[in-house]
Design a protein around this ligand. Structure first.
Ligand code: LMG
Ligand code: NDP
Ligand code: PMR
Length: 403
C-alpha cells in the first residue's frame, strides 16, 4: 500500500538533485551483508543506474509536470490549483535533536526543498533557533518545539503541544541521542533510567507511541516513522566488533528499570559502560522500528524504517570523548576506514529516507555505499531478533507507563 501511495507522488515533489540520489526499485532488492556494511559489486551498480534512469523516465511520463505549492498551509489538505489540478500540500515532519549534527542537516535539506515544514523538537530552544538561523533555514519552513527526551513528562507535554498546533504529522524522525563514552558513573533521566538508554530509546519509544495516531491520520501520500540506528550496534560488522560490543542479554536490567537501585543500569544486567549503553540503545532503536513494522504497517500503511547514515565523525555526538579522540577520529574514519561522511551528506541521506518515493519499503534498515546509493542492509542477529524485539517492546511500554 505504501508503495502504491508513493507512486501517486507528483514528480515536483521529489527532492532536488543534490538530495535525490540515484535510486530505483532495485535499491530495495539489493542486500549487503559484508563486514564493512558498505560495499556493492561493480556490475550491480551499473545495473542499478540503468534501472534508475528507466524508472525515473517512466515516473515522469506517468505523472507529468505538477506544480509544487510554495506557501505554508496549516493544517493542510490537498488544494485545487488555479488550473484545477490537485497539488500536494507541504509535508510536516518532526525531527528530534534537530539542533545539531545529523538532525540539523536533515532539517536544512528538507526545508530547502520548500515542500516540508520542519518541527525541530529540541531541548534547547535558543540553541536551536541559532542553529536554524546559521544553517540558513527560512523562517516559514520551521518551528521549534521544546522536547527533552530525558523526561517522560516533557515527551507528553511535547505531544500535547504538537497536537494543539493543529498541524498534521506526516513523518516522525527519531534522531536525538547522547553518547557518554568516558563517564565513570551512570547518570539518569528524570524518571531514573540510565541516561543513554533512557533518552535514545525510552524517550523515543514513548514519543512514537503517542504520535502513532497522528501519523495514522495523516492524508499524506507516504507517511513514515524513521528511527536512526547505527553500524556500531550491529555485531555483524567490523565497527560493531570494537569493544565494548552491544548485547541486550536477557533484558534483566531493562526489566528492573535501569535505575541502579534494585537493578543494574545496563540492559543486560552488567556493570555500567557508557559506550555499551549507547550501542545497546541503538539496538533497541532498530528492534523498535521492526516491532512497529510488524504490529502496525499492514493496518496503517505507515512506513517504518531505520538507517545507518555513515560515520559523521565531526558531530556533537563525540562531545564527551577525550580531545585526542575527537582530533583523531575524523581522519581515522576518512582515510583508514573510509566510513566518513560529512554532516551535509548524511543530512541528505536521512532526508531521502523521509521523502524519496522509492524508499517506501517498511521494516528496512538502510545504508549507503561509497557512491552514496542506498541499499537495504542486513542487521545483526540480535538487532533482527523478533522475539527480543517483542520483549523490548513489552518491557519498554511498562517502563514508560503505557502498559
Ligand atoms: C572503548 O575502547 C573505550 O574503552 C570506551 O570507553 C569507549 O570509548 C569505546 O567504542 C567506544 O571504546 C575501545 C577501543 C579504544 O579499543 C579498541 O578499539 C581495541 C582494539 C579492538 C580491535 C578491533 C578491530 C581490529 C581491527 C584492526 C585495526 C586496524 C585498523 C585498520 C582498519 C581498516 C578497516 C578497513 O581504542 C581507541 O580508541 C584507540 C585504538 C587505537 C588503535 C589504532 C589502530 C588504527 C590505526 C589508526 C591510526 C590513526 C587514528 C587513530 C584514531 C583512534 C580512534 C579510533
Ligand atoms: P549530535 O550530538 O550532533 O546531535 C544529537 C542531538 O540530540 C542534538 O540535537 C542534541 O541536543 C539532541 N539531544 C540529546 N539529548 C536530548 C534530549 N534529552 N532531548 C532532546 N534532544 C536531545 O549527534 P549526531 O548528529 O551525530 O547524532 C544524531 C543521530 O545519529 C543519533 O541518533 C546518533 O546515534 C546517530 N548516529 C550518528 C553517527 C555519527 O557518526 N555521528 C553514526 C550513526 C548514527 P543538544 O543540541 O541540545 O545537545
Ligand atoms: Mg569505529 C569500517 C570500519 C568502521 C566504521 C564504519 C566505524 C564507524 N568504525 C570502524 C572501525 C573501527 N572503529 C576500528 C577498526 C576501530 C578500532 C581502532 C574503531 C574504534 C572506534 C571507537 C573508539 N570507533 C568508534 C569509536 C567510538 O567511540 C565511536 C562509537 O562507538 O560510538 C558509539 C565509533 C564509531 N565507529 C564508527 C561509527 C559510526 C562510530 C560512532 C557513532 C555511532 O555509531 O553512532
Amino acid at each position: 500500500m505504501a508503495l502504491q501511495a508513493a507512486s501517486l507522488l507528483p514528480s515536483a515533489f521529489a527532492i532536488p538533485k543534490e538530495v535525490c540520489f540515484p535510486l530505483g526499485k532495485t535499491s530495495a532488492a539489493l542486500k549487503d551483508s559484508s563486514l564493512l556494511g558498505v560495499s556493492l559489486s561493480e556490475h550491480l551498480k551499473a545495473d542499478f543506474s540503468a534501472s534508475v534512469l528507466r524508472s525515473k523516465r517512466e515516473f515522469s511520463q506517468r505523472i507529468g509536470p505538477v506544480r509544487a505549492q510554495a506557501v505554508v498551509t496549516t493544517p493542510a489538505v490537498n488544494q485545487a490549483a488555479p488550473e484545477g489540478k490537485k497539488t500536494l500540500r507541504k509535508g510536516c515532519v518532526v525531527i528530534t535533536g534537530a539542533s545539531s549534527g545529523l538532525g540539523l542537516a536533515t532539517a536544512k535539506a528538507l526545508a530547502e526543498t520548500g515542500k516540508w515544514h520542519v518541527i525541530m523538537a529540541c531541548r534547547d530552544f535558543l540553541k536551536t533557533e541559532r542553529a536554524a538561523k546559521s544553517a540558513g533555514i527560512a523562517k516559514e519552513n520551521y518551528t521549534v518545539l521544546h522536547l527533552d527526551l530525558a523526561s517522560l513528562d516533557s515527551v507528553r507535554q511535547f505531544v500535547d503541544n504538537f497536537k494543539r498546533s493543529g498541524r498534521p504529522l506526516d513523518v516522525l524522525v527519531c534522531n536525538a541521542a547522547v553518547y557518554l563514552p568516558t563517564a565513570k558513573e551512570p547518570t539518569f533521566t528524570a524518571e531514573g533510567f540510565e541516561l543513554s538508554v533512557g533518552t535514545n530509546h525510552l524517550g523515543h519509544f514513548l514519543l512514537s507511541r503517542l504520535l502513532l495516531d497522528d501519523l495514522k491520520q495523516s492524508d499524506y501520500p507516504s507517511k513514515r516513522l524513521i528511527i536512526v540506528g547505527s553500524i556500531t550496534g550491529n555485531t555483524n560488522t567490523l565497527a560493531g566488533n570494537v569493544p565494548p560490543k552491544a548485547n541486550l542479554g536477557d533484558l534483566r536490567g531493562l526489566a528492573g528499570g535501569l535505575n541502579g537501585l534494585n537493578s543494574s543500569v545496563m540492559i543486560d544486567g552488567g556493570d555500567f559502560d557508557g559506550a555499551k549503553a549507547y550501542k545497546d540503545s541503538k539496538v533497541c532503536n532498530m528492534l523498535t522500528m521492526q516491532e512497529f513494522h510488524r504490529r502496525y504497517h499492514e493496518d496503517t500503511g505507515i512506513t517504518f524504517a531505520s538507517l545507518y547514515p555513515g560515520c559523521i565523525a565531526t558531530t556533537g555526538l563525540f562531545r564527551e570523548h577525550i580531545p585526542l579522540f575527537r582530533a583523531l577520529f575524523p581522519p581515522f574514519q576518512k582515510y583508514i576506514t573510509k566510513g566518513f561522511v560529512s554532516e551535509d551528506e548524511a543530512g541528505k541521506r536521512l532526508a531521502q529516507v523521509v521523502t524519496d518515493p522509492s524508499l517506501t519499503k517498511s521494516g528496512v534498515y538502510w545504508s549507503w555505499n561509497k557512491d552514496s546509493a542506498s541499499f537495504e542492509n542486513q542487521l545483526s542477529q540480535e538487532a533482527s531478533d523478533a522475539e527480543k524485539a517483542r520483549k523490548v517492546w513489552e518491557v519498554s511500554e511498562k517502563l514508560v507507563g503505557l502498559a
